[in-house]
Design a protein around this ligand. Structure first.
Ligand SMILES: [Zn+2]
Length: 221
């Protein structure tokens, strides 16, 4: 089995945004390059590279080809991908600007962590809640029709459709219409609140990155 390399420049210096964009690219590669959605390897595609790890301790590369060479020399088809910083104009930004930026980014990453935690708890709790509801309903002589409502797109879906997902802790309970994960109204409110805060901070700085990230690695093929 061989390997093919994939490298992309992502025009942001905010790691969680870079990850987000890279993950979307991987998702898209899954959709178009593989007929079998349960295949975990996705050979010969950007999805086969896997998630990228950030290497902030490495100096910012002045040239893109040097950054690319570094990534490809330090990753392999079995491991994750890599993200390194690369200069936008061939120059290294001044130290005070980098320091200031670092603080802004740290703040964003901190809120992102909190946001992800709230999100996970919210979707896990909701899954547990509807699983119990489903099981109790099944015990009835005449089970009722239970509809669950998506807080995001307002669709209502028969709970019976989700019974297979309850057996696996890793399976998510997503709305069939808008593909968002379900969460309780109360949790959704808390989550949306922190999401607004996060997006505000990102919007404030995202248009003026000090450097970009070069992401990539090897995929089996
Ligand atoms: Zn929905």
């Amino acid at each position: 089995m061989g390997a093919s390399s994939f490298v992309e420049e992502i025009k942001s210096d905010i790691p969680c945004k870079v990850s987000e964009e890279w993950n979307i690219m991987m998702e898209n590669a899954r959709d178009y390059d593989s007929d079998d959605s349960y295949d975990s390897a996705y050979p010969n595609s950007i999805a086969g590279v896997g998630p990228v790890k950030f290497f902030e301790s490495i100096e910012i590369f002045k040239k893109k080809n040097e950054a690319e060479e570094y990534i490809l020399n330090n990753t392999d088809k079995w491991g994750n991908g890599m993200a390194v910083r690369v200069s936008i104009d061939g120059k290294i930004p001044r130290k005070p600007s980098l320091e200031k930026r670092k603080k802004e980014i740290e703040k964003i990453e901190e809120i992102k962590l909190e946001m992800d935690k709230i999100y996970k708890t919210a979707v896990d709790n909701y899954k547990q809640e509807i699983k119990t509801k489903y099981q109790e309903n099944k015990k009835l002589e005449k089970p009722k029709l239970i509809l669950i409502k998506c807080e995001n797109c307002r669709s209502q879906i028969n709970l019976d459709y989700y019974k297979n997902q309850f057996h696996f802790s890793t399976q998510t309970i997503k709305c069939f219409v808008c593909k968002n994960q379900f969460m309780e109204a109360k949790n959704a409110k808390e989550y949306n609140k922190i999401k607004v805060k996060y997006e505000k901070l990102v919007d404030k700085i995202k248009d003026k990155p000090l450097y970009h990230y070069l992401c990539g690695g090897w995929s089996p093929c």
